[in-house]
Design a protein around this ligand. Sequence first.
Ligand SMILES: Nc1nc2c(c(=O)[nH]1)N[C@H]1C(S)=C(S)[C@@H](COP(=O)(O)OP(=O)(O)OC[C@H]3O[C@@H](n4cnc5c(=O)[nH]c(N)nc54)[C@H](O)[C@@H]3O)O[C@H]1N2
Ligand SMILES: Nc1nc2c(c(=O)[nH]1)N[C@H]1C(S)=C(S)[C@@H](COP(=O)(O)OP(=O)(O)OC[C@H]3O[C@@H](n4cnc5c(=O)[nH]c(N)nc54)[C@H](O)[C@@H]3O)O[C@H]1N2
Ligand code: SF4
Ligand SMILES: [Mo]
Length: 742
Amino acid sequence: MTAQIKKTNCHYCGYLCAFEAKLEDGRVVEFTPDSTRYPYDTSVSARCHRWKLNLEKLYDEDTRVNYPLRRVGERGSGRFERVSWDEALDDIAKRMEALIDEHGPWTVASAIGGPHAVYWPLHRFMTSIGSPNNMGIGPICWNPRIWMDTMTYGWSIECDFRPDLTGCLMLWGTNPAESDNSLFWRNIAQYTRDGGKLIVIDSRLSMTATKASIWLAPFPGTDLVLAYAFARVIIEEGLIDRDFVNEWCFGFEEFKEAAFERTVEEAAQITHIDAEKIREAARMYATNAPAGLLSGRGVDQIGVNTAPLHRVIAALRAITGNLDVPGACSINEAPSFMSELELEGSAQLSPESRAHGLNEPDCGLQSFAGYELANQRTAKLGRNLPMRYLTSVLPVRVWNAAVTGEPYRVSALIVDGANPLVTYADTNLVMKAFEAMDLIVVMEFIMTPTALMADYVLPAAAAVEHPCFQAMGGVSNFCYGGPAAVEPQFERKEDYVILRELALRMGCDEELWPAKNLTEELARTIAPTGMSWDDFTVTGICGGSTSYYKHLFPNPETGEMQGFATESGKVELAIPFLERQGADLVSHFTPVPGVHVDVCDDDDCVTLITGARKQPYWASSYFEVPSMRARHPKPTVEMSEKTASRLGLAEGDACLISRQDTPGIEVLQYVHIADMVDDVASAEYGWWYPESIADEPDFAECFKSNINLLTRGTVDGKAEPLIGTWIYNGIPCRIRKKERSL
Ligand SMILES: Nc1nc2c(c(=O)[nH]1)N[C@H]1C(S)=C(S)[C@@H](COP(=O)(O)OP(=O)(O)OC[C@H]3O[C@@H](n4cnc5c(=O)[nH]c(N)nc54)[C@H](O)[C@@H]3O)O[C@H]1N2
Ligand SMILES: Nc1nc2c(c(=O)[nH]1)N[C@H]1C(S)=C(S)[C@@H](COP(=O)(O)OP(=O)(O)OC[C@H]3O[C@@H](n4cnc5c(=O)[nH]c(N)nc54)[C@H](O)[C@@H]3O)O[C@H]1N2
Ligand code: SF4
Ligand SMILES: [Mo]
């Protein structure tokens, strides 16, 4: 027997913890956390319930997809046959080419998922075939923050929380205690034990909020009103950093005017937060520099108010002197490794393809036209934004184009690392679009509801059997990852290899795909730093040191202070560019009908928020793992005692949730009484029942507890004018008790 130890990484969340794999006769028999490589501290994995899956899933013959599968019978019949890779890829290439010949390359759409996925191989594939229509989760996850920080400061930022230096940390709509297994949360927990000041703004008493010095619970989607109330208190009480505002902020008077449109008492009424508490939090944030401010998913998904809120959050950092300051935040450096833009190959996407993007011309930023203009600003300081995920097409437009043929037919879909039937808005519309498509290809680990609707399911290699690499979406000079320990098992292939082989079969430009596999490609990616792939894997991390006050650095050409990559060269509290792109010069709150105005007062009406992260699951993943189902067997919907009693509900009751405007569709979840703002309920997302696959073809019961049956991809039928953000948090719903338990 030969034994070997190989470095590798876990891939069961975006953190990619380092491990050592022990191999016997080429087979992994054990994993051990590796403290010599990023993230160095093995207490992260020690607290994590997921990483043992690496071994279970590597050799799993039951739940993993291990061979290429082709649909037999009707779409959705759930019946597949095993085929060879050549048969699968030849047929997919032939059918995709025929559809492209008939409708143009834009007829092919793609879908990618959350932060576990590496975006650029799929994006490069889309560039290769000339399609602009890559869908993603960007408009409701991360893009609003990246876009608005970039609009305000000229580039994105990173929270620079340091327990020994930070004077106050404000967490807004994020719950790292459950969403982030990393050191970040452990450091926050220690910081609060040491008396550190933590402000948490969350409509629920999240696990993070239980540690807060001040917890503010806004009514869903009113956060912009709260942010302006903070600004008003800070300005009124003379707590701004006057020198920074005078010298480096553009549009302060317009911003101040918007902040003063409402009194703090009026804001208190709209947000359902006590006015004195708002003042207390504003003072705590503004008088304890350096102060960090980090926002998250809770406020990335509030529709038309999302981008406006992130502008005011960005402004709060600036007016309090907490921008690009140690212990508060740093403006990211551009990557020293190959940029996302190069990796996705987007320079090669033709003007004709761009013009056919379904976001053109009315998404002011999240479109190819918007991107070009935005990038002209950042390019002033030599930085190019990633293109594909910042222009990703609004899913609702793809689904509608598939169903109606307008403005042209979308007939093919390739899904990589996503489960849109469960995670994208409006499950019934997604289903209709799937039914209308001619070709659906899903690259997956397991048979998800989405995969059940595919024509081909292709077996994707996971971590341990492929190298890992995470580059923060390519907007900072920081990346981490590590090597594979073994070759892909069974007939699985790396996503990169599958997409490359398909592109080459379709006659695409080979120059876009010079590397034969992911390890070679990652070596190319890291090469500009002067490191080889082997050098990189020693620590599994690469990045420059963090710098601050970069606006004071000399511009290499003029020798003058470089300022910010905006039109004015300053931090823009009012943004003329966004006004030209269809938004307001400064942010204004838009009340959402049914939630903030014209609210239904029937006994069973509530406002719904969805998807608050919980352990052990990740989006729609791991529901097939028995140990995880045993830990958390049923989907729960949280509400306050008062709300539950108004609805006639008690702890553990089975209840049915429906939309006020489409009452026929009902979602089953179970009541959990929690401390949260009244008249609101918080439903879990991601639920499907993999054990019921045996009862095909009901799509693994993804029409039973899946909350995205109740979400919609637009707000009142319209896209938000800059990014297209839809609503997952703040939906007018009804909840009634299910009379008989299942
Ligand atoms: N109502 C509501 N909906 C939401 C949200 C919410 O809060 N509320 N959150 C939204 C957010 S923020 C996100 S990011 C999305 C997440 O949405 P998704 O990314 O669609 O969700 P996941 O369950 O993570 O789906 C990933 C799928 O890809 C597979 N997979 C994982 N890694 C790989 C890989 O490397 N290669 C391949 N080929 N497959 C892989 C997994 O097996 C899994 O089935 O959901 C969004 N939807
Ligand atoms: N365990 C686990 N971890 C995950 C994931 C997972 O599915 N499971 N998903 C990953 C992904 S894709 C993402 S994007 C990140 C997200 O990670 P986070 O950004 O930390 O998101 P959440 O943990 O859902 O926390 C959001 C909080 O916002 C609150 N909230 C909801 N609506 C509102 C509102 O209108 N205003 C305010 N102020 N608060 C509101 C919710 O109560 C919730 O506690 O987590 C990642 N990590
Ligand atoms: S924190 Fe994430 S990467 Fe680390 S062991 Fe857990 S699942 Fe794996
Ligand atoms: Mo996400």
